[in-house]
Write a protein that binds this ligand. Structure first.
Ligand code: N01
Length: 496
């Protein structure tokens, strides 16, 4: 049994952000539990060709760890992974990480006032504070297609890319047309003998302004870091302005649609193909894709786009609703992630045996996306309703981590042992979030998406701007939590 003060589950950006923030405030006894053999989260897992971030790099960096030498405005996935590992190395986080420890469940022990955390490898940890930093996009969604299990060729999800897989000169199929597909399809199209892209719903696609950052500018960024901060601030405000599209501002929506339509016309000359690739829902309802090579890839002579649902899969072919069987040797499932399911089934057992999955059976919700009533000293980074469609998610994780650590520091100062959010504060926050969401394109835009469950409920998206979220997290503090004072030494605290 390993005893620690703060246990963080997940070694992606949100876990690293939480660990750094805790350290900054003097919390040294930290463990990061990571299922894989390295830190990196989504950027370690997603290794498909073309993987990159659709938020400009100077904004997709930690506020206190600017990087002057990003080579392109939108960084490649591997460069982001390197960056995260470099930050972790320079901040000496590797020694506190426990790798190949797959979290399987945690229960609150009211007597010791500690969380008991178990892993698939049979290890047990005890911690005073538990932070779930598992991110929303880690559970691949494998489609329920008739006959998929009879397929005899190579088949894998985009997040389980095998670099050994031979694509060149083979018949390849990609199912899905989301952000992952938009990045990998242009690369696969160049290598494959034939590529069939199965599109169930057309995406909205905007141009990507991804210039190389010249060496002289990188040098200037290194010499005068305020230039980087200026770039970051300008980018932040530009991204915040795009929020108007998502709350349905008619001018912003019309401008975004016009740019997208023009982008499609420039990329695809064939009116019939344009028609099939035109989305039938409002722009922004699903994640807007940024790509300059998506349309050019789809019009290549070796690429075919098949629209509509798939009828079935056989040993070496896929049959579309058009009834045509197309041969496949390599089948790539770019079918996304079960974000709502992963959140709804988090295996935490709180006070009085309350299971989080029961507490969240209707819809996951948490105070500031960071804490849930009934679950003492348990916090989430990127918990319910904190994902964004318009700006850098790292800003949300930083705002939450700052809030959580401020609560922990106040607990330390005031000799408080246990906190959990006041139920009325949690409810008021959730009512506000869902009330605002109901008026956004994510709910009214006429689409399904990974933000929503099968019943259309949305436990994923934060409906406002980052600035609004930051203001809430900054204003909130221990007054919004129920507290239990420390009565002498914590029971069982000497048993380590
Ligand atoms: O997943 P998705 P993703 N039959 O859910 C289709 C982040 N990300 O991995 O729309 C046929 O968006 C599904 O069709 P439909 C980013 O936040 C960021 O691409 O449901 N098709 C859809 O086309 C992103 O939003 C970056 O009708 C099926 C696709 O599969 C999130 O990850 C890069 C199907 C899934 O699209 C997820 O993106 C990559 C079926 N049975 C990812 N089931 C960047 O930073 C599903 N589909 C750029």
């Amino acid at each position: 049994m390993i005893r620690t003060d703060i246990l963080i589950i997940g070694g992606g950006f949100s876990g690293v952000i939480m660990a750094l923030e805790a350290r900054r405030h003097g919390f040294e006894d930290i463990v990061i539990l990571e299922k894989a053999s390295d830190l990196g989260g989504t950027w370690r897992e997603n290794a498909y060709p073309g993987v990159a971030c659709d938020i400009p790099c100077h904004l997709y960096t930690l506020a206190d760890h600017p990087k002057p030498n990003w080579r392109r405005r939108y960084a490649a996935g591997v460069d982001i992974w390197d960056y995260l590992r470099e930050v972790a190395r320079s901040e000496h986080l590797y020694p506190v990480a426990r790798f190949e420890r797959k979290f399987t469940g945690a229960a609150w022990d009211a007597e010791t006032r500690l969380w008991r955390v178990e892993t698939a490898e049979g290890k047990v940890f005890q911690s005073r504070v538990l932070v779930s930093a598992m991110g929303p996009l880690h559970q691949p969604r494998i489609p329920d297609l008739p006959g998929l299990d009879t397929f005899k060729g190579t088949c894998f999800h985009s997040a389980e890319w095998d670099p050994e897989t031979q694509i060149s000169s083979r018949d390849v199929a990609v199912i899905g047309t989301g952000a992952s597909a938009a990045q990998l399809v242009p690369h696969v199209a160049r290598d494959a003998a034939r590529l069939t892209v199965y599109q169930r719903t057309a995406p909205w696609v905007l141009p990507l302004f991804n210039g190389a950052i010249p060496r002289w500018l990188r040098r200037l960024y290194g010499r005068w870091p305020w230039l980087m901060r200026l770039d970051r601030a300008l980018t932040f405000w530009l991204q915040e302005m795009t929020h108007r599209v998502f709350r349905g501002d008619p001018t912003a929506v019309s401008l975004a649609r016009r740019i997208a339509r023009r982008h499609m016309r420039c990329g695809l000359r064939d009116p019939a193909l344009q028609k099939r690739l035109t989305p039938d829902y409002q722009i922004g309802c699903k994640r807007i894709l940024l790509s300059n090579d998506w349309y050019p890839a789809l019009k290549r002579s070796n690429v075919e786009v098949v629209t509509g649902p798939i009828k079935s899969v056989e040993a070496d072919k896929i049959i579309g609703t058009d009834g045509i069987a197309r041969p496949v040797e390599v089948l790539i499932l770019a079918t996304g992630f079960d974000a709502t399911g992963a959140l709804a089934h988090l295996p935490f057992q709180g006070r009085d045996g309350l299971k989080l999955s029961d507490h969240w059976s209707e819809r996951p919700s948490a105070y500031l996306g960071a804490a849930a009533a009934g679950f003492p000293n348990l916090f989430f980074v990127l918990g319910p309703n904190t994902a964004l469609g318009h700006n850098s998610i790292l800003l949300m994780a930083e705002a939450q981590a700052e809030h959580v650590v401020r609560v922990l520091a106040t607990m330390r100062d005031r000799q408080i042992d246990v906190v959990e959010p006041k139920p009325e504060r949690q409810k008021a926050h959730d009512d506000m979030v869902q009330g605002r969401l109901a008026k956004t394109v994510w709910q009214t835009g006429g689409c399904t998406s990974w933000y929503k469950d099968a019943d259309g409920r949305n436990p994923i998206i934060w409906p406002g701007t980052v600035r609004e979220f930051r203001r809430l997290t900054e204003q909130s503090g221990l007054q919004d939590y129920r507290t239990v004072p420390r009565l002498g030494p914590r029971p069982g605290a000497d048993a380590a």
